[in-house]
Each structure stands twice: as structure tokens, then as C-alpha cells.
Design a protein around this ligand. Structure first.
Ligand code: ADP
Ligand code: MG
Length: 727
């Protein structure tokens, strides 16, 4: 790499230190300072309105216009007191990113005096132009009207930049006809669905809880890279991942990075970044190094899934902003570097009641155990029946590199429950649970032990896309760059759907005079038998599992294009439509959006690749080639031709790879054009994976060989060694 670039990195490091002004303060003093949460609401809103809002927050019920008016007034006063000049509905269109359209509180009154104004109807509903957001064919440009509608179940907050503050009001985004154009609307519907479905089943065991809600604790993995190096890598800049580069001599093989000491520059960044998160009410608690060099992870205390999803979206914005402030870049892509681990976003998911119970906690008494087993078995059945949909829900261009690549869960969806639960289920199935309980009372009933045992087996959990981790499921296959709302909507929907099916079967037996617990056990047994093949406790990275899964009839969908087709299957459409999450048109629109996004992403990679080859790699190699040629000619001119054999060989190897690079690039361009000429998006997406991406690899292999042959000074791109170890 060029010397001036290295110098620049050092300048970044030495000159720029940002430490936030919260250093030394207990977090409890500033947590949620920028959130219009219960403390602020209590202070700024009249008691009645406060109670209605809290009630809506709990139940998801609508708020009446009068209450909205009072809340709007309080929210405005709070925001202005905290320095906000603008407000916006903050929503999550199908780009997966967040969107804002700022308006000022400032108005002119009748006498042209400047005032600050905001009211209930603006709080509840706004009308941004929807035509520039992806709709997957739901809406054409001439019918652009769309609405954002306040989601009172997630608190408003203030977004700060260095010179201004904006009040952000979480909102859903729908078309003029009420079709959802965002990720939050279906998520909220699925949460409502889970509540009803889970309560229905819970009632067999107890009448205490009146609300069940899904909880989510995500774990966000990311890479950091110095800004100067980032700017010198058009591939990372444009596509989020490196399209060229040899693994460094030292990468993760020493296993010295995971949980290792965090570099000081990174810790400073983390402090700053976490402070912003904490002020915005994101309860971040954990941070550590991940497996690969310059890879890190953070995780919050879990929350209800809607809020957790908002918080993760917000965190992805904050991480980007603060990294830039520290002259770093955060890479949220699932696979920034070939040859080292990629990044995921484990979604720890469970069901909680308003009485504080976790429905996936194994429990102490036999009755509770049956309740636990009921939820466990129904979970297994839902994953078994809709594994294709789950696979689709995590499909994107980045994740395609992780799934099945022996570093992340395989592309085969299965559930890990651990040997002990497996044994319990075996006994349950054979009606021998009582004997088992007597034999190993301690293990079955002592909850912490069960949790401990699972913890000890985390090695094997790592290879499962969906391990049970003691009191929750960890959907590990979710990619690091995505908005979690969609995979969570799918999981909520399929579990709720199964709980409804289960309840109807139990009720049918009950109507025939069978006692409730008997009916539960009977249906549970058949449900378990129908879903056993989804349980896999072995090594998910092994080839044996691929063969075994095929025998079991479990799908192993490698390409994004094929995975996304799962949305278009009748089974998937039915589960969404029947449960009121999407209309058929909406499901197809999602498919269209995702497939288009995949195609665009691969196209970007393709274009950047061609550009880098033609404008950076080929010219540098030719220059070096020329220097070798003049060296050979020079040796001849002084009568030392015989001494140039080594140089000639070197030149020949370089020339061969340069030729290979040129011809494979040509083939890649031809193939790309041929694939695109079909104009059939489903086909294009699949052909990209099977026909175009192997050519990416071929082009890259020549370029990477050249990287190892050409003078370091003249290589145009910072190398992996520099990207990962220069900080
Ligand atoms: P690990 O890396 O061992 O999986 P972490 O501490 O990194 O553990 O992350 C665990 C995540 O699981 C945290 O976000 C935590 O809040 C979350 N979690 C714990 N209990 C629950 C639960 N009942 N529901 C949802 N998430 C949970
Ligand atoms: Mg984890």
C-alpha cells in the first residue's frame, strides 16, 4: 500500500480522540435522557392522558383524538425544552433503513409572529410522498399518496446531530389503500396475533396472565475499519464487502481476538457510541471482540420485540454516525472479508406474560413443565412446517456468504434443543415421562441445571440456526445488516398460527368430553411426532448433516433467489393471509422488493468489480510488468541476459494471471449481459448465484494471485492485512 495512506491512518489514530461528556457518570443518570418515556410523559402530560398512553403502550389500543392532543402538546414542550427544533415521523420502509422527513415546529401566526406549533393530528398522521420508497409493485408513481401513522407503543425520542435536534416519532407507513409499505406494520400485527394465540393456549394452564408478548434480545456483530483505508477500497465503500484480497498471514487462526482485549481506539469509539445508544433508551449491556480481527459485538437487555426492533434500527444509524466521528467505518455487511468469519445478528426470542413469566422457561412443577412442553413442541412444529419461510426471511445477498459456509448456521433450518430436552421429549412421546422424572428428578426439574447444561454445549449451538438456549430460542441465522422486524414478523406469525391450530385441536377433543389436560397431552404427542425431524442436536457444519437433512426431507436452500421463492408458495401466502398479517398482494410485493434488492446488490458488486479491474488492477499490473520488461532488457544490454531467467519466469506468471484476469472479466461481462437480457427477475436472481457469482470468484482468484506477485508499493488497494490490523 502507498506510504501516504499509512501515514494518514496514523494521523487518524493519533489526532482524533472523542470522549463523550458522560465519562465517569453512572449510566442510570443519563439512560433514556433523550426519550419521551414514562418519566418525561408523567412530567409533561396530564395524568389522564398519561394513563391512556401507558394503557395504549401496554395494549396496543388506539388513542382518542382528545388524548392525542394532550400528548402532542406535552411532547412538543418536552422536545423544545430539550432543544429540538424539528419533528418527524420516523419509519422503516422496505429499504430496511429508517426514514425521516423533518418539519419545523416553527409557524407564523395570524399576525406573522413566529411561534412553535404542533398538534394531535400531526402527531397521529402525516403524509410523506411514498413514490420514492420500494413498494414491490403495490403502488405506481401516479398514486404516490401514502401515510405515516404514529405507533404509540414505541416511545418518541430526540435525534441529535452536532448542530441540531429532531423529535422522532416512531410510525408505521401505509399506502392510500392501507397496504403496508414498511416493516413495522406487519410486525405490530404479528405481535397482536401472538398475544391472542398464546393466551388461548395459556388459558389451559392458568388464568393469571392477560397479555403475552414476544421478547427480543438481538446481538449485533460488526467490523470496524479505519476511514482512510475504507476510502481507498471502492468495493467496500460501494458494496459493503471486499471483492478482492488475500487473507493475511495471520487472521483468526490464533483465536486470540475473541473476547480479547479491545484496542483503545475501539474502546473510545464504543464508549461514545454506547452513550448515544443509552441516551436514546437502548439498554445496551454487553460488548466484546468477536472471532475475526476488528470484529465486535454488542447486545442489549431484551425488550418487547417492537421496541427491540426500533432500537436495533436506531443502533445501526448511531453506529454509523459515531464511527464516522472517530474516523472509522462500521461495516454491518454479513461478509466483509473472505476467509474470516462474517457477521450475524442473533435474535434471541421468547414469549413473556404481563405477569412476568417467560413461557420458554422450563418451570418447576409438573404442570408448568407441561405448559413449557406445550410451548416448546408447538414452537418445533411451527419451525418444521414453515422452515422455508424462515429461510426466506433471512435471505439476502450478504447472508448468502454466511449460510452453509461453516462459520454460521447452515442453510438448512433445524432446531437445537440439547440432549436433555430431547430425552424428555422422547419420554413424553412414549408416555414414560413419570419414570424419567423419578430417575433424574434433579436434571428435569432443576431449571438452572438445564440452563447450565445448555450453556456448556454452546459449541454445538453455534452450528444451529435456531438453538434453544435455556429459556429462549436464538435465531442465529439472521444477518447482521438487516432490520430484524421481518424475520421476527415471520417467527411470530408461524408460532401464533401453530398455537391456534393446536388450540383448535385440543378444543375439538374437549368438545368430545375429554378432560383438558388429557386433550393437551394427546394433541401435543401428535404434534411432536409430526415435527421431530426438525430437531437436530449434532454438528450443523458437518457434511453428514447435509446428507441426513436431505434424508429427512429438510430443505437446503443455498441461493437467495431460490429462498425468496418460498414467499410465493401457497403455504406461505396462506399463513400470512389467514392470520391477517399480509394480503396476498402484500406478500408478493415483499417478494418483489427482496428479489429486486438482491439483484441490485449483485449488480453493484459486478460493476465495482469491473471498474476496479479495469481502472486500478490492470493499470498497476501493466506498470509493474513494464518495469520487469525494462529490467530484462537492461540486463541484456549489459550482456547479462542469462541472469534474467528468474525475472522472466516471474513476468510470465504475472502475464498469465493478467491474461486470465482480462479474459475472465470479459466472460463475466458477457454472462452478466446475457442474464440481464431475460428481464425475468426470479430467473435473474437465481442465475446470478449459479452463473455470475462463480465468475466473480474466477476474476478474483487472478486478481488475488496478482496481489501476491506485484510490488507492494504499486498495489492499488489496501490489503486485508492493512484493513484488519491497522488501527
Ligand atoms: P450469548 O452471546 O451467550 O448468546 P449475549 O449476552 O451476547 O449472549 O446475548 C444474549 C441476548 O439474549 C441478550 O440480548 C439478552 O437480552 C437476550 N435474552 C435473554 N433472555 C431473553 C428472553 N427471555 N427473551 C429474549 N431475549 C433474551
Ligand atoms: Mg448469542
Amino acid at each position: 500500500m502507498r506510504k501516504d495512506t499509512i501515514t494518514k491512518v496514523n494521523e487518524n489514530f493519533i489526532d482524533k480522540r472523542f470522549l463523550s461528556d458522560t465519562v465517569g457518570q453512572p449510566i442510570s443518570e443519563y439512560f433514556g435522557k433523550l426519550v419521551f418515556g414514562s418519566t418525561a410523559i408523567k412530567k409533561y402530560v396530564m395524568r389522564d392522558a398519561y394513563e391512556s398512553l401507558m394503557e395504549a403502550f401496554e395494549s396496543g389500543e388506539r388513542i382518542n383524538p382528545k388524548t392525542a392532543e394532550m400528548i402532542a402538546l406535552g411532547m412538543k414542550n418536552w422536545a423544545i425544552d430539550n432543544g429540538a427544533t424539528h419533528y418527524t415521523h420516523w419509519f422503516q420502509p422496505l429499504t430496511g433503513k429508517t426514514a425521516e422527513k423533518h418539519d419545523s415546529f416553527f409557524r407564523l401566526d395570524k399576525s406573522s409572529n413566529a411561534i412553535e406549533s404542533f398538534n394531535g393530528s400531526i402527531l397521529i398522521q402525516q403524509e410523506p410522498d411514498g413514490s420514492s420508497f420500494p413498494s414491490g409493485g403495490l403502488r405506481s408513481t401516479h398514486t404516490a399518496r401514502s401515510y405515516t401513522v404514529w405507533d404509540p407503543s414505541s416511545f418518541a425520542f430526540i435525534l441529535e446531530s452536532s448542530h441540531g435536534k429532531t423529535l422522532c416519532i416512531p410510525a408505521i407507513f401505509v399506502s392510500y389503500n392501507g397496504e403496508s409499505l414498511d416493516l413495522k406494520t406487519p410486525l405490530l400485527k404479528s405481535i397482536h396475533l401472538v398475544n391472542n394465540a398464546a393466551l388461548g393456549v395459556l388459558k389451559y394452564f392458568s388464568n393469571e396472565a392477560t397479555k403475552v408478548y414476544p421478547t427480543l434480545g438481538w446481538e449485533q456483530e460488526y467490523f470496524l475499519i479505519d476511514e482512510t483505508l475504507y476510502n481507498a477500497r471502492p468495493d467496500i465503500m460501494m458494496s459493503g464487502r471486499s471483492l478482492f484480497g488475500n487473507p493475511p498471514a495471520k487472521e483468526q487462526q490464533l483465536e486470540d481476538h475473541y473476547f480479547g482485549t479491545i484496542p483503545e481506539r475501539v474502546v473510545d469509539f464504543m464508549h461514545d457510541f454506547e452513550d448515544d445508544c443509552l441516551m436514546m433508551g437502548i439498554p445496551i449491556t454487553t460488548r466484546h471482540n468477536e472471532v475475526a480481527p476488528m470484529q465486535f459485538e454488542c447486545a442489549p437487555y431484551f425488550e418487547s420485540v417492537n421496541i427491540a426492533a426500533d432500537h436495533n434500527s436506531l443502533l445501526m444509524n448511531i453506529i454509523d454516525k459515531i464511527a464516522k466521528r472517530h474516523k472509522l467505518r462500521a461495516l454491518l455487511h454479513e461478509k466483509p472479508y473472505a476467509g474470516v468469519n462474517g457477521s450475524g445478528k442473533h435474535n434471541n426470542w421468547s414469549l413473556a406474560t404481563n405477569t412476568g413469566e417467560n413461557l420458554f422457561n422450563p418451570g418447576h412443577t409438573p404442570e408448568n413443565n407441561l405448559q413449557f412442553l406445550t410451548f416448546l413442541v408447538n414452537f418445533l412444529k411451527s419451525v418444521n412446517d414453515h422452515s422455508g419461510l424462515l429461510r426466506a426471511s433471512i435471505a439476502n445477498a450478504g447472508n448468502e456468504h454466511r449460510l452453509g459456509a461453516n462459520e454460521a448456521p447452515p442453510a438448512i433450518i433445524s432446531v437445537y434443543i440439547g440432549e436433555f430436552l430431547d430425552e424428555i421429549l422422547g419420554h413424553f412421546k412414549n408416555n414414560t415421562l413419570d419414570q424419567f422424572k423419578k430417575k433424574s428428578d434433579e436434571l428435569v426439574l432443576n431449571v438452572p441445571k438445564v440452563a447450565n447444561i445448555n450453556k456448556d454445549n454452546t459449541d454445538r449451538n453455534r452450528t444451529s440456526p435456531m438453538p434453544f438456549t435455556g429459556n429462549r430460542f436464538e435465531f442465529r441465522a439472521v444477518g447482521s445488516s438487516v432490520n430484524v422486524s421481518h424475520p421476527m414478523t415471520v417467527l411470530n406469525t408461524i408460532v401464533a398460527n401453530q398455537l391456534k391450530v393446536f388450540k383448535s385441536e385440543v378444543d375439538m377433543l374437549k368438545s368430545k368430553g375429554i378432560a383438558t389436560m388429557e386433550a393437551v397431552k394427546t394433541v401435543l404427542r401428535s404434534t411432536l411426532i409430526a415435527s421431530e425431524q426438525i430437531i437436530f442436536n449434532g454438528n450443523g457444519y458437518s457434511d453428514d448433516w447435509v446428507a441426513e437433512a436431505a434424508k429427512r426431507g429438510l430443505a437446503n436452500i443455498r441461493s437467495t433467489g431460490e429462498a425468496l421463492l418460498e414467499y410465493t408458495k401457497q403455504k406461505a401466502i396462506d399463513v400470512f393471509v389467514k392470520n391477517g398479517i399480509f394480503t396476498e398482494k402484500e406478500v408478493i410485493s415483499r417478494y418483489n422488493v427482496y428479489v429486486e434488492e438482491y439483484i441490485k446488490q449483485i449488480e453493484i458488486e459486478y460493476k465495482v468489480m469491473v471498474e476496479i479491474v479495469n481502472t486500478q488492477i490492470i493499470p498497476s499490473v501493466i506498470e509493474y510488468q513494464n518495469s520487469l520488461i525494462s529490467n530484462i532488457q537492461g540486463l541484456a544490454s549489459v550482456g547479462l541476459s542469462s541472469q534474467s531467467t528468474g525475472t522472466k519466469n516471474h513476468l510470465q506468471t504475472i502475464s498469465e494471471h493478467l491474461n486470465g484476469l482480462m479474459s475472465s472479466t470479459k466472460t463475466m461481462i458477457q454472462t452478466f449481459n446475457e442474464i440481464k437480457a431475460t428481464h425475468d427477475e426470479a430467473k435473474i436472481s437465481i442465475d446470478f448465484y449459479y452463473k455470475l457469482k462463480p465468475l466473480f470468484e474466477e476474476v478474483r482468484s487472478h486478481a488475488d494471485m496478482l496481489e501476491s506477485l506485484v510490488d507492494d508499493k504499486s498495489w492499488p488497494l489496501p490489503k486485508y492485512r492493512e484493513l484488519m490490523f491497522l488501527y
